[in-house]
Design a protein around this ligand. Structure first.
Ligand SMILES: [Cu+2]
Length: 238
């Protein structure tokens, strides 16, 4: 009953991630009906929304993680692709980043980016956990996140998963690229920034093949060609 009434309340606007299994989704004991909303909505906090610890996802350095987006219209989150016809709050697409924090969300380094067509629940979005990151063993401190700067709305989304990272290089490093954070009034920012998207409200054309290649080949790793710049997110001030 609780889940059903929450999903009606929340309809299917906005977006979060279902894989890795992130905090405060229906796969947790702490389902929150604003889990898919932007940072700042009803006081929702940066980073991560301020939720309790979620399930611990075990990832391996060198592994490609196929990230899945999710909204309350996706009833069966274990099934991929979801049933057809689910309405999506894609807000015209925009720019997504996937990042790691080893310090409980104080600092974030980007391991993947997709521009314009992101997000979309009907595609998987491959992201490499770089081979040369250090291992991360404390699942209170080790986090994977999805962040999204939308096109049609000045909104910043941030959804996090507790993780551990096995393998890697004890002398390795996280990438140089810092996560882009905009539209967070809690940090003194104005809500005046969006990222140029595909301008579609429904299903997108999915991840761009050149961007998929970059996300799988180490472009974003420490020492990779993305260095401290990454891709152009096409940010625009209103
Ligand atoms: Cu929204």
């Amino acid at each position: 009953m609780l889940v059903a009434s929450l999903s009606i309340l929340s309809a299917s606007a906005h977006i979060g991630i279902s894989f890795p299994r992130a905090q405060a989704g229906p796969w947790t004991k702490d389902l929150t009906n604003t889990v898919h909303a932007w940072i700042g909505f009803k006081g929702k906090k940066f980073p991560c929304g301020g939720y309790k610890k979620g399930p611990v996802n075990t990832l391996r350095a060198g592994e490609v993680v196929n990230v899945r987006f999710w909204n309350f219209g996706v009833r069966d989150y274990d099934r991929f692709p979801p049933r057809s016809g689910i309405s999506q709050g894609r807000h015209g697409g925009g720019a997504c980043e996937f990042s790691l924090s080893y310090d409980g969300g104080k600092t974030w380094k980007v391991i993947g980016q997709y521009t314009k067509s992101c997000p979309d629940i009907y595609y998987q979005w491959p992201v490499l956990i770089p081979k040369n990151v250090p291992p991360c063993t404390d699942s209170d401190q080790c986090l994977f996140s999805m962040s999204w700067v939308a096109y049609l709305t000045n909104q910043f989304y941030h959804h996090c998963a507790n993780i551990v990272i096995e393998g890697g290089d004890p002398k390795g490093k996280l990438p140089d690229l810092d996560m882009t954070v905009v539209d967070v009034t809690q940090l003194g920012q104005k809500m005046n920034t969006r990222a140029f998207g595909d301008r579609k409200s429904g299903k997108s054309s999915g991840p761009d093949s050149q961007e998929v290649a970059l996300n799988k080949n180490g472009f974003f790793a420490y020492g990779g060609k993305g260095n401290s710049k990454g891709l152009n997110l096409n940010l625009q001030r209103n």
